[in-house]
Design a protein around this ligand. Structure first.
Ligand code: COA
Length: 447
């Protein structure tokens, strides 16, 4: 990695053997389509010229079989339960790396040297304060606003203080600047949103703490006379942030890429990503899992009723924290978190009936043919909620923690997209199935 004021990307290009083209026949017309192969041997049929040659597009609602880009950031294999950031298994990062080290890896493609990490950390921790005057905007928001709405709005507002960083054609230096700005201020925005929402005074950031400790400190202030947050909590949160840091082309990351592809600013793209993450089918699932477990607990822990409801397509209810678009055997992140969960509760001396419930529910679901046949296993959100509860994080803040972790991935994808030779505005097509041409009828003639 070269460093001359700014960090220059070095994308690994591994030469792959040429594959036979795929043959497709549309309306009697045969065409050859080029096949692309990734470094992990995943194959894709390149259909970029399909419409020009045949007049047909591909149809893939939910985009479950569509590659929207090539990417060197994260590899995941849902069948084998593999997740790697820049080739490094998630288990190793969760065990040993810091969140900022992981962020650097995701964004710049390599593990930082000790000196690079120190420089990155010091610069970033020196910029955690919000721009002067911004704090008052938190007071203007309704106290009923969801923390994700607050976070999303504040990220957009932040752009107002950095007009030069909204340049539609940012220089490499401006890209680095906006990445630093967002990474540095995001925990402050999240923690200020929490405290202001409760009508409490904010706790300003501290440069001498780690990224994770500083966030907990801004959330809760000094605890029990101790100036710094408890190390057990810090380590558990560090692990959660790393496990959530990236997950290739998920709903919110695809949103960040799509919004960024119009050359809207990183602030706009990240703010939109927060909106996408909020939903209960995505990041909002961690909040929904706890609400579901609380409800099961209140109603006497009758699993058969819950499972029956989840299986009933008319109920509109799904077993929260179960199932994944990509993982079809197990989610490697949930394995790590399940083990971490036991450790954290034991070390903090917490007995949480919801953890026992979660384990029993998992056991019951995994014996049920409905879940087995559909390959529905606990995902990352199933156990993260219990850990976050143990850390004293209020339920409605859970998705904010997900966003805090995912920010590194969003920024890595935004940067990769802008610097890629593939860059093009994202604009899917559709197949129109509405009425064919019809005449406008004046209102006087419509009854
Ligand atoms: N509870 C009950 N049934 C579920 C289910 C759940 N959590 N998740 C999926 N299913 C069922 C679907 O109803 C469908 O059944 P069918 O084949 O009989 O119609 C089948 O499993 C496939 O589901 P589908 O909706 O096509 O999967 P998807 O890939 O589009 O959705 C999720 C993936 C994650 C959105 C989905 O599993 C879900 O809603 N999970 C709960 C929310 C959650 O935990 N989200 C966090 C993801 S990290």
């Amino acid at each position: 990695m070269k460093q001359s004021g700014t960090i220059i990307p070095e994308v690994t290009q591994v030469k792959q053997p040429a594959l036979e083209p795929a043959k497709l026949s549309v309306g009697g017309k045969a065409i050859d389509l080029q096949v692309t192969i990734g470094t992990e041997q995943e194959k894709a049929i390149d259909i970029t010229r399909l419409r020009d040659s045949t007049g047909a597009i591909t149809l893939d609602p939910g985009l479950g079989n569509t590659g929207s880009c090539t990417s060197s950031i994260t590899f995941l294999d849902g069948e084998r339960g593999i997740l790697r950031y820049r080739g490094i298994p998630i288990e190793q990062l969760a065990e040993s790396a810091t969140y900022l080290e992981t962020s650097y890896l995701l964004i710049y493609g390599v593990l930082p040297t000790r000196r690079q990490l120190e420089q990155f950390t010091t610069t970033l921790m020196g910029r955690t304060a919000l721009p002067q005057g911004m704090e008052r905007f938190f007071d203007l928001l309704p106290k009923t606003a969801h923390p994700m709405a607050v976070l999303s709005s504040m990220v957009q507002l932040l752009s107002g203080y950095y007009p030069e960083l909204t340049n539609p054609n940012p220089t490499a230096q401006q890209i680095d600047e906006v990445i630093l700005t967002l990474l540095a201020t995001f925990p402050t925005l999240a923690a200020y949103g929490y405290r202001k929402g409760r009508g409490e005074p904010v706790v300003p950031p501290r440069k001498d703490l780690t990224y994770t400790s500083n966030y907990l400190y801004m959330m809760f202030g000094p605890q029990g006379g101790k100036p710094n947050p408890d190390e057990v909590l810090v380590q558990a949160l560090r692990q959660i942030l790393i496990l959530h840091a990236d997950h290739e082309q998920n709903c919110s990351t695809s949103t960040v890429r799509l919004v960024g592809s119009s050359r809207a600013s990183a602030f706009a793209a990240i703010s939109a990503g927060i909106g996408a993450l909020w939903g209960p089918l995505h990041g909002g699932a961690n909040q929904a899992v706890i609400e579901m477990l609380e409800e099961i607990h209140r109603s006497g822990a009758d699993f058969s009723k819950v499972l029956a409801k989840a299986k009933d397509k008319n109920s509109g209810f799904r077993l929260m924290g179960f199932g994944h678009r990509v993982y079809k055997n197990f989610d490697p992140r949930s394995r790590i978190l399940k083990a971490a969960c036991d450790k954290v509760l034991v070390r903090l001396g917490i007995q949480d009936p919801l953890l026992d419930l979660a384990k029993q529910l998992e056991e019951a679901a995994l014996k049920d043919d409905y879940f087995l046949s559909r390959k529905l296993y606990p995902n990352v959100d199933f156990y993260s909620g219990i850990i976050l509860r143990a850390l004293g994080i209020p339920t409605e803040q859970f998705t904010v923690i997900f966003a805090l972790g995912r920010l590194a991935g969003w920024l890595a994808h935004w940067r990769e997209m802008l610097l890629s030779p593939e860059f093009r505005i994202g604009r899917p097509r559709q197949i129109y199935v509405g009425p064919t041409e019809q005449k406008y009828i004046p209102i006087s003639q419509r009854d």
